[in-house]
Design a binder for this molecule. Structure first.
Ligand SMILES: Nc1nc2c(ncn2[C@@H]2O[C@H](COP(=O)(O)OP(=O)(O)O)[C@@H](O)[C@H]2O)c(=O)[nH]1
Ligand SMILES: [Mg+2]
Length: 413
């Protein structure tokens, strides 16, 4: 099941978009009027939002029915989004390498990076990196200039990806210490890559199938984060994957009663995968809700997002944590958040003993330096990234290799 949101100036326009995108088999889940944000829109007509779904199997059948039989390649070419999602999907994490996975990993091989570096070296303009400039004095061989140029190119890329200057300097220092006269350009790129990949750590997704240490098989997962970061959408994606791919029996608890629409949104998603939703109005009710879900394999708890400066909201999360010991807590951070705000958000969740990070809205972010910056700041495990509004397609186990190469290999100057 694929769920999408469409917005139009009236129902007719929104429905037209649904038909163009999802075809005539689309099911309309919800229609509502939404006010446009901003002072200038105060008196403008509300827009119409339509939540529509289509059965993916039916849609795929429809697509393959119109595909010419000799046409084999476009599966990858026409649907890069799907290919990419699949390549780093949860199945990939379970070691089932598809054709696309193999292709992608080959293309992404470190040598591609080296090639890019060589090209970039010819175009490089100096932006005055202290650490990089001084690295020249370290090497006496003819290799020296080449090495320091590569360090400069890669450092520039990190900076252009919004990796913090301090972190870039630290990486440069480490590389400089490690380099020897015989070091090659490949060594530099590989060492930088290694430093970043190690800092990011191994991804830690939900172990849907694994046996728990305490012998119990029920897993409780809590989602927290600022308003609008994507908690409810991400929970719905996780729920759908758990139900569809792992055949889990799921119960959902919503502690977000501040916005009526939030509960409705969750119920819509839950209804599609057939998972019951219990709404709790105070943290004290969470235990009762959990005991009513004693037959469930997986309980997902959605919380209210408020400003990270809102003490009351943290009081509620603390209260929930005092009563439930979740197996996992996920803190969600949007990649389109200003990094200084991110730092404050991260600090405000320090009270949670053990949590993992989910980065949302990668599709909207032009650079991903925040991921490395946060990993340097807090030693928390990374789990997923989300890449759009579509449930359940737009979520992937974070691919460290891909992120590290993206940070190093950017061609922006
Ligand atoms: N572009 C993009 N939008 C997203 C993503 N995840 C969620 N959203 C959208 O962000 C908005 C807020 O999401 P919601 O789940 O309600 O956030 P919550 O307040 O944290 O529960 C909705 O319009 C979602 O469709 C994502 O990965 N990419
Ligand atoms: Mg929500």
């Amino acid at each position: 099941m694929k769920i999408r949101r469409y917005i139009g100036k009236d129902t007719h326009e929104a429905m037209k978009k649904v038909r163009v995108d999802l075809g005539s088999d689309a099911i309309i889940l919800n229609t509502r009027k939404i006010k446009q944000k901003g002072i200038l829109n105060l008196f403008s007509k509300p827009l119409v939002e339509v939540l529509a779904a289509v059965d993916r199997v039916a849609q795929q059948e429809q697509e393959s029915a119109v595909k010419p039989i000799y046409d084999k390649k476009p599966d990858i070419a026409i649907k890069p989004k799907i290919a990419e999602t699949r390549a780093y999907s949860m199945q990939a994490n379970q070691g089932q390498l598809s054709y696309v996975d193999k292709l992608e990993s080959r293309v992404n091989h470190i040598e591609v990076l080296i090639e890019k570096i060589y090209t970039q070296m010819h175009q490089e303009k100096s932006i005055g990196l202290d650490g990089v400039e001084s690295s020249k004095h370290l090497f006496n061989s003819e290799n020296t200039e080449k090495i320091s140029k590569v360090i400069k190119v890669l450092s520039n890329n990190l900076l252009h990806n919004n990796v913090e200057q301090e972190i870039v300097n630290e990486i440069v220092q480490v590389i400089k210490k490690d380099m020897q006269n015989a070091s090659t350009v490949n060594d530099v790129a590989a060492k930088m890559y290694h430093y970043i990949a190690t800092t990011l750590g191994d991804p830690s997704p939900i172990g849907f199938e694994g046996q728990k240490e305490d012998g119990k098989n029920q897993r409780i997962i809590l989602f927290v984060g600022p308003t609008g970061v994507g908690k409810t959408t991400t929970l719905a994606k996780v729920a759908a994957i758990a139900a569809i791919d792992h055949h889990k029996n799921i119960g959902i608890i919503s502690a977000d009663t501040y916005r009526i629409a939030a509960v409705e949104q969750l119920k819509t998603y839950a209804g599609i995968i057939g998972a019951p939703v219990k709404v709790i109005y105070s943290p004290e009710e969470v235990q009762e809700a959990i005991s009513e879900f004693s037959d469930k394999d997986l309980i997902l708890i959605d919380t209210a997002g408020r400003s990270h400066k809102d003490e009351q909201q943290f009081g509620e999360i603390k209260n929930i944590l005092a009563q439930v010991e979740p197996d996992e807590v996920f803190v969600l951070i949007s990649l389109i958040t200003d990094y200084n705000v991110c730092k404050e958000i991260i600090k405000s969740y320090d009270f949670i003993k053990d949590y993992k990070l989910i980065f949302t809205k990668m599709d909207e972010a032009s650079v991903n330096g925040i991921i490395l910056n946060i990993c340097k700041m807090v030693k928390r495990k990374l789990s997923y990234i989300t890449t759009g509004q579509s449930v359940p397609d737009d979520i992937e186990v974070i691919n460290i290799d891909k992120i590290a190469k993206k940070l190093l290999g950017s061609m922006q100057l």
